[in-house]
Design a protein around this ligand. Structure first.
Ligand code: HEM
Length: 219
């Protein structure tokens, strides 16, 4: 394979879903923080609640549509984020080499990674489990709080709060690294492709096991 080539990392279906995640989840996180601290007037808090609920409905529709329309991508994503090995422990031991690169401007050896590095896998697991819990608990709290036992509704309130806090904190790191890794940013937000050399360095196992065999078959 020629080394100045670009390779497809994020197909259109994934990019479209990611746009919907940005459009629904970011307003959810901001309004969620406002609802927790209640810094605004009653009228403004009421509007905040309405925006929170509307963004929650939008997130539910986006997730359900992606699940049914791109089921194969969902299965692949689950397989990838749950494929854990010793390399992940080694990756976390040096935090993927990011602090050394960012603070000390030093490059340290990092174990070879697949399509996602260990940090992205952990984020993916939190998005899957935390996102499902958030959506489910959100619908119960908003849609039918009086149809459920009081203790259960209170438990759902706690689940919603904890999942919301954890995902929002993870999201801050994701946003920072998502923009810092600018080739990945352009791939996810614009055209889906990243330079082959970049992929070979950052996701060598993915390139070796999945990208090269596919391209060789097609040649
Ligand atoms: C402006 C906001 C955001 C930016 C700039 C951003 C950036 C990115 C980038 C660059 C990637 C690709 C990473 C890679 O190629 O290795 C990515 C993947 C991902 N992002 Fe975001 N992101 C944003 C918001 C969100 C939100 C709100 C969520 C969900 C709560 C989210 C969930 C994900 C997931 C699950 C992936 C992996 C998708 C896949 O490759 O199959 N992102 N994001």
């Amino acid at each position: 394979m020629s080394h100045d080539k670009m390779i497809l990392k994020h197909p259109l279906s994934v990019r479209m879903f990611h746009y919907f995640l940005i459009l629904s989840f970011l307003p959810l996180a901001v309004t969620g923080v406002l609802l927790y601290f209640k810094p605004l007037s009653d009228a403004a808090m009421h509007l905040t609640m309405q925006i929170h609920a509307a963004a929650g409905v939008a997130l539910t529709i986006a997730c359900a549509s992606f699940f049914f329309l791109a089921y194969d991508r969902v299965v692949l994503f689950i397989k990838r984020v749950f494929s854990v090995s010793l390399a992940d422990l080694k990756w976390f031991a040096v935090l993927g080499g990011y602090p050394q690169k960012l603070i000390l401007r030093k490059k340290v050896p990092v174990p070879p990674m697949g399509k996602y590095n260990s940090g992205q896998k952990l984020f993916g697991i939190f998005v899957l489990i935390g996102g499902s819990l958030l959506i489910l608990s959100g619908w119960i709290l908003w849609g039918f709080p009086h149809a459920m036992p009081r203790g259960f509704v209170s438990l759902m309130g706690d689940v919603h709060l904890i999942a919301g806090i954890v995902l929002t904190l993870f999201l801050c790191v994701h946003l920072f690294l998502g923009v810092y890794m600018f080739d990945d940013f352009k791939a996810m937000i614009l055209h889906g492709k990243i330079p082959y050399e970049e992929a070979r360095e950052m996701s060598s196992l993915w390139v070796r096991k999945e990208v090269i065999p596919i391209s060789e078959n097609k040649c």
